[in-house]
Design a protein around this ligand. Sequence first.
Ligand SMILES: [Fe+2]
Length: 338
Amino acid sequence: MDKKQNPPAYTGDIAVQRIDRAREYTAETQEIDFTEEQHAIWADLFAGIHRPYLLEHLCREFIHGLDLLQLDPQRIPTLAYLNERIQPRTGWRIERTIVRYTPADDWYIKFARRNFLVTDYLRTRDQMEFTPEPDMFHDIFGHLPYLTQDFYARIEDKFAPAYLKATPEEKEVIKRLAWYSTEFGLVIEDGRFKVFGAGTISGRSELSNTIMEFYRLGRDNVIDYRGNIFAQLQDHYQTHKADINRIVAGVNELHQRGQMSSQEQGWNVVHALYRQLEIAHDGYLGGEVILAPFDVDTIAQIPKTVYAFNPMFFVCESFDQMDALLDSYLKPIALRSP
Ligand SMILES: [Fe+2]
């Protein structure tokens, strides 16, 4: 493997990668000899998330999956090891790819066959807290604990059959529904907000910012954690719906101008947006991100290529509710005759 190429510059969207298909992994070449430095980066990323004060905010299904997967905190696992633990449980098969960010069409064709792709790219030392580009740590640590469990396989199974029959416009909505559920979704468990999405879990900076928002909502008396927190969230969301729509439209505009492309710039421009729209940046809307009940219509309006900064996170009351909301959009499309 040539590991000496310079990483492509990040321009706001995932960098376009020139793919040499001749180098794609085959059934015989799935395993990689990682360098000691790559194992060390893996170990530091693992230790960075594996802290009690972070783990307590992750949903119990993730923790359970991590238990089942038994990842080595010190070494990047082989695909043979991962497949031994995943395939007998849910039938999903993990495959290596040279592609760093697989185009959605190819991805969903693999998905429909229950093949989950893991890239061969691992972030470098300067991206320990945050990387806009999903890397091997994201793919393995963020997603694979879930792929040991039927409830997740069932959620993942919804996307591909709909995507493969969808119109181009519907495909964009489907990508966003996946983004704000399996990548950045939140769920309520034990009367608390819990992180579910693999994108949030595998990025320490986004994870800690999300957890800070859970605390802020309590501290600023927006959410009373002794009561029904989903009902309170719904109330706030309904009360502020008009402002939220203006913020989403504003974020869309900022995105068109390329101003949502870095994490720091993302937050700064959103603060400026509140001032420009004369929306008070306090109470429910006083955080760095907005937590909202999972809502297909709102998600459909958010620009699809906000990779570096998510302006909102969406919460499901339970995984059953996530199932039902995803089905409400995806099932009618999946059931269309070809
Ligand atoms: Fe992902």
